[in-house]
Write a protein that binds this ligand. Structure first.
Ligand SMILES: C[S@@+](CC[C@H](N)C(=O)[O-])C[C@H]1O[C@@H](n2cnc3c(N)ncnc32)[C@H](O)[C@@H]1O
Length: 242
């Protein structure tokens, strides 16, 4: 494992359950964004997909976790809230708490989200597709909006530059609108010079017009920006990677 995270690693990928309120804030979303086909990858235990469908979007979540039985996944997401909260308690100083109030407020929000996710995956298993970046099980240009939170950059201790560029190209391949990625720091809250700057150069050369946009959400100190890719300028045959 890469030591640049300063010994700050949560271990196995956390199956976290961010709430729709967190998604709206970190991706600067409003209701007008939640109308067409939306992809959340990785979906983890987040209740964003449940809420987006309630609002009238056609939202799908993808995660390798969804290979498992829906009842097992639902329980797993609930169990992971405790692991996430233990981590937050031990690393309190790495975060700003104003969005949540305090650790308890954070845990309440995540538990409510995990419960909503659990109900939704049992009622609508078709919304939750098994898959893993850098290969997604969808044709080119399927989604109006593609969201990706807390996999890329976050797990830079185990996912290298090649994985990041392949994953970002794949997210752009399945998009016909834009791709939004948050956060742009690793688990230690560090901006990685070996990732973001060269990625911006390569993504620009691929015609994806990458932009780093500040958002009105900051939980890890200094993590107040998302990466936006524009996948709307596809080649006319619509079949190849940008
Ligand atoms: C920290 S969670 C983020 C979940 C959700 N986006 C959220 O913010 O609450 C990270 C997720 O990445 C998933 N994951 C791990 N490797 C992956 C891959 N290669 N492709 C897609 N998802 C992956 C894990 O299963 C886990 O659910």
């Amino acid at each position: 494992m890469d030591e640049r995270a300063g010994g700050c690693s949560i271990g196995e990928y956390l199956i976290s359950s961010r709430s729709p309120a967190e998604y709206r804030a970190m991706f600067a979303l409003d209701d007008s964004d939640l109308t067409g086909k939306v992809l959340d990858c990785p979906g983890g235990g987040a209740s964003f997909t449940a809420e987006a469908n309630e609002l009238g979007a056609d939202a799908t979540a993808v995660d390798p976790l969804y290979r498992r039985n829906a009842a097992v996944i639902a329980q797993y997401a609930l169990d992971e809230v405790a692991r996430g909260s233990d981590w937050m308690a031990k690393n309190r100083d790495r975060y700003r708490w104003d969005f949540y109030g305090d650790l308890e407020g954070h845990q309440r929000m995540r538990r409510a989200s995990a419960e909503k996710f659990a109900t939704d995956i049992l009622a609508h298993p078709e919304r939750y597709r098994a898959g893993a970046l850098p290969r997604l099980p969808f044709p080119d240009g399927t989604f109006d909006l593609v969201l990706s939170s807390h996999l890329l950059f976050t797990y830079a201790d185990r996912l290298d530059y090649r994985f990041h560029i392949d994953a970002l190209r794949e997210l752009a391949r399945v998009a016909r609108g834009n791709v939004r990625v948050f956060p742009l720091v690793d688990q230690a809250g560090e901006r990685r010079d070996d990732l973001l700057p060269p990625l911006l150069v390569e993504l620009e050369s691929l015609g994806l017009s990458p932009q780093v946009r500040t958002v009105d959400y900051e939980f890890q100190h200094g993590a107040d920006a998302m990466l936006v890719l524009d996948a709307s300028h596809r080649r006319s045959d619509g079949t190849s990677h940008p």
